[in-house]
Design a protein around this ligand. Sequence first.
Ligand SMILES: Cc1cc2nc3c(=O)[nH]c(=O)nc-3n(C[C@H](O)[C@H](O)[C@H](O)COP(=O)(O)O)c2cc1C
Length: 181
Amino acid sequence: MDTEKSVIVIGVCGSVAAVEDVKLIRELKRQNFDVYVVMSKNAKKIIGKDALEWASEHNVTDKISGSVEHVYFCGVQGIAELLLICPCTANTISKIASGIDDTPVTTFATTALGSKKKIIIVPAMHISMYQNPFVAENVEKLKRNGIRFIENVKFKENKVKFPDIDEIVRVVKEEISKFKD
Ligand SMILES: Cc1cc2nc3c(=O)[nH]c(=O)nc-3n(C[C@H](O)[C@H](O)[C@H](O)COP(=O)(O)O)c2cc1C
């Protein structure tokens, strides 16, 4: 870990938009962030761990081990300043909102919420999933609990799309600067 840099953990879920994360991670690194990755089993069906290790230049967490990675990064004394769940599936949104913790990404989120760490969620899915009343209710529940969403809803395309990388980086910088104040 480079102690001069802010540490961000990216939680990667099983959406096709996960393929965008390689470019996102490289851009965050160019902006002087130290980026680590935690991924779900379903994310691994979409993007290989090797690509994310290459992009982040760190080992990727794809299971919680005896090293208790969730506490190391997102515990009260954890080194991460921010957990960016990007892309976030309908499944993971609803699990976090219900306190369910059965994937590496939800374990990081459970821990980060309990430690009052900043969390940003970038949802990506078909609009029918996002407009499911239970998913929509869970999005509101997470927002009420201080989780920031970057939502790129495209009604004409019936999708909640991956936003521009520059917009994600802008919001990350904004949230990190609040943390430093
Ligand atoms: C090719 C493919 C693309 C998918 N894209 C999405 C998506 O964009 N958004 C979403 O919410 N679920 C999507 N899913 C479904 C999720 O992968 C599924 O709900 C899974 O249980 C999510 O697990 P996770 O949240 O632990 O990653 C996709 C599945 C596949 C096979």
